[in-house]
Design a protein around this ligand. Sequence first.
Ligand SMILES: NC(=O)c1ccc[n+]([C@@H]2O[C@H](COP(=O)([O-])OP(=O)(O)OC[C@H]3O[C@@H](n4cnc5c(N)ncnc54)[C@H](O)[C@@H]3O)[C@@H](O)[C@H]2O)c1
Length: 335
Amino acid sequence: MATILVTGGAGFIGSHLVDRLWRDGATVRVLDDLSSGLLENLSGPREFERERFRFTLGSVTDRDALDEAAAGCDWIFHLAAVVGVRRVVEEPVEAQRNLLHGTEAVLECARRNGCGVLLASSSEVYGKGLRIPFHEDDDLRLGSPAHARWGYGAAKAMGEFLAKSYADTYDVPVIVTRFFNTVGPRQNGRFGMVVPRFVRQALGGAPITVYGDGAQQRCFTDVRDTVECLVRLWQCPEAIGEIVNIGNDREITILDLARRVLGACDSDSEIRCVAYDQVFPAGFEDVRRRVPDVTRLEQLTGYRPARDLDETLGWIVADARARLDRAASVTGSRA
Ligand SMILES: NC(=O)c1ccc[n+]([C@@H]2O[C@H](COP(=O)([O-])OP(=O)(O)OC[C@H]3O[C@@H](n4cnc5c(N)ncnc54)[C@H](O)[C@@H]3O)[C@@H](O)[C@H]2O)c1
């Protein structure tokens, strides 16, 4: 069975991927600096079988830490990143350095150690998009560098170019995946991600704050579907050298999402629309629609993410409630 390094494996998607790979019998290494991930996300593999699991605390930009974690690995799933538009707007230098240098360091490490790389990119690379649905071979239409928000998509796109260059120049096997809004338990709400933010507000009885008019549409993918696609792509030799969208292509407005979260939480919180310039710097540009073309994904893997959003929201809310109960019992036992 393979030995795999998951960078960012203590994060949201990474930890679900680690659970899956480890359950399938792989030997799994994780390198994470815990800047947004949590060690508790890895409690399954850490507790049960230490021989097939090792955690290294460190940054992907630290060559020694990366080499130590990657030693003996066949593949690196590179998920470590400062995630989301909001963080790139708030901490542009740190976030872009992390994205650019992290991906370069991982590709260089793969070249030195003779392993393959599955790169986690983002639907943000499509920018404003040319046409719906977004196809992997479309030209990219990013906004002006005058607006920091496009820096996230640009840095992810640069990572894709670099991956292609390493594949062409050094024969590093590379698969590039573009994720579209993946959701599920363990997603960190600290950086404004929409679903954990709405769930926290609804369970806390606070108003649900929708940015803009709420008519913007998104597609939400259950993390179990995302992980299934990642594993299938990695097992598919024809996926090497490809760029592949990973997402559910069913659209929903953000207002409708807010209503469904209220339903899942059994909450009567009010829904409040907030202008973008109250949350982001002036001139913030949002993308109205973002839909993946999943033809290539389906052709390569025979799989199409289609889990029902209400089922996923029910899972997220049950997990959030269990966390709140645990936190309350710890606070109660200390009182
Ligand atoms: N969640 C989504 O909807 C989504 C959408 C598009 C792309 N992605 C991509 O998927 C990947 C995983 O995202 P996520 O949602 O799980 O976010 P996350 O923040 O939960 O996971 C990122 C992990 O990377 C770690 N990390 C950050 N910088 C690091 C560094 N320099 N060295 C080592 N570890 C570092 C963090 O501590 C965290 O555990 C990212 O590359 C992200 O850009 C996610």
